[in-house]
Design a protein around this ligand. Structure first.
Ligand code: FE
Length: 367
């Protein structure tokens, strides 16, 4: 057996962890750029906790709250220019995947002149502002990954910056913030976490340790799906959700994502489907496709979820996500054609070809 495993992020998990471990946050620098969205970080208390903790340790901060859902390239260059003008020396990301990913790009661009055409090259110098990430949704796992996913208008899809320099230094995981998510956000982000755990198992880069984390994440997540659907999550459910989504991040940090994420991006870009919803809709037909070739691998996933077969998984996801939108056939054919050209598809243990992908799209996005 040979494999590698790299996870350089320090985790602090638990209620009140930002203030409890404030010293570790303050040790990152003297002036922070807090990157967040426009609203949620204020309503769920996370921004207040970070600001209060920084003040307590004599650190100053400025807030960049211009990060919308699915941030684009302009947003991160703007954030980096603001960081430079303000002379900050560390970054604190507060929120869901959008601010957490934008913060990584901003931390890099604040230190390096990366031309726009080279933004997704993955070839960056080592300079980056130290980062702390405070997730307030349970889906992306960005707090423990070396990826920053941004919308690229030129490529008409979402694209990923990937480099070990994009790992945050610390992740503060406080499940209390999750209770403020609207139901759709909670369900869609959980579907994203589920997708990371499943895709990690179906990646050519899966290894015994990433499998162990993925299976633990799937077991934890499966127990929360019904409470999520009924909007009846307890404190323990939110803990499990956040734990599972961080495990999902640790998994894809090793394995990266596979065909499901590649296929989900055009649905988000062109039809504004939430990232997690797009993945969640594609997962059942993708598993149905994969089980024909690698039944033992799919069985491991289903067993961890407490399900007997792919049909049970389909029913579970339908009940969780509701009716899918119906999209024009010609659009789906175009996305399948484009996805077939994307090298990352080869990261999938059973890589679907263009016809397979069209069939998966059609099954996912019909009544
Ligand atoms: Fe994702």
């Amino acid at each position: 057996m040979t494999f590698g495993f790299h996870m350089p992020v320090k985790l602090r998990f638990g209620s009140g962890c930002v203030s409890q471990y404030g010293e570790e946050l303050a040790a990152l620098g003297s002036k922070a750029l807090i990157v967040c969205g426009r609203n949620s970080a204020r309503t769920n208390g996370s921004l207040g906790d970070v600001q209060q903790t920084l003040a307590q340790y004599g650190r100053t901060c400025v807030v960049f709250d211009q990060v919308d859902a699915n941030p684009g390239i302009d947003c991160v260059y703007e954030g980096a220019a603001f960081a430079r003008a303000q002379g900050v020396d560390f970054v604190v990301a507060v929120g869901g995947g959008s601010p957490m990913d934008a913060a990584k790009a901003i931390a890099l661009l604040a230190c390096q002149d990366v031309p726009r055409e080279a933004l997704f090259s993955g070839h960056y110098g080592p300079e980056v502002l130290p980062m702390a990430h405070v997730p307030t949704t349970a889906g992306t796992g960005s707090e423990v990954t070396p990826y920053a996913v941004l919308t690229n208008i030129q490529a008409q899809t979402k694209m990923s910056m990937a480099s070990p320099v994009l790992f945050p230094k610390i992740a503060f995981l406080d499940p209390r913030y999750l209770a403020y998510m609207p139901k759709a956000t909670a369900v869609h982000t959980a579907a994203d976490a589920l997708s990371h755990l499943v895709e990690g198992m179906l990646s050519v880069k899966a290894n015994p340790l990433s499998d162990a984390l993925a299976l633990e994440g799937l077991r934890r997540l499966s127990a929360c799906l019904t409470p999520l659907e009924r909007e009846a999550c307890t404190r323990e459910d939110y803990e499990a959700l956040l734990y599972a989504s961080t495990l999902g991040g640790m998994v894809i940090a090793q394995t990266s994502t596979v065909a499901v994420h590649v296929m989900g991006y055009p649905l988000t870009y062109h039809h504004h489907l939430d990232h997690g919803l797009a993945n969640g809709l594609l997962l059942p037909p993708f598993l149905r496709f994969t089980v024909r070739h690698r039944p033992e691998r799919v069985d491991e996933i289903l067993k961890a979820l407490g399900l007997t077969d792919v049909e049970a998984f389909e029913r579970r996801m339908k009940s969780l996500l509701g009716k899918p939108p119906v999209l024009p056939q010609s659009d789906l054919a175009g996305y399948a054609r484009r996805c077939a050209q994307i090298p990352k598809i080869a990261n999938t243990i059973v890589p679907p070809n263009q016809q397979d992908m069209l069939a998966i799209y059609q099954a996912a996005l019909s009544e």
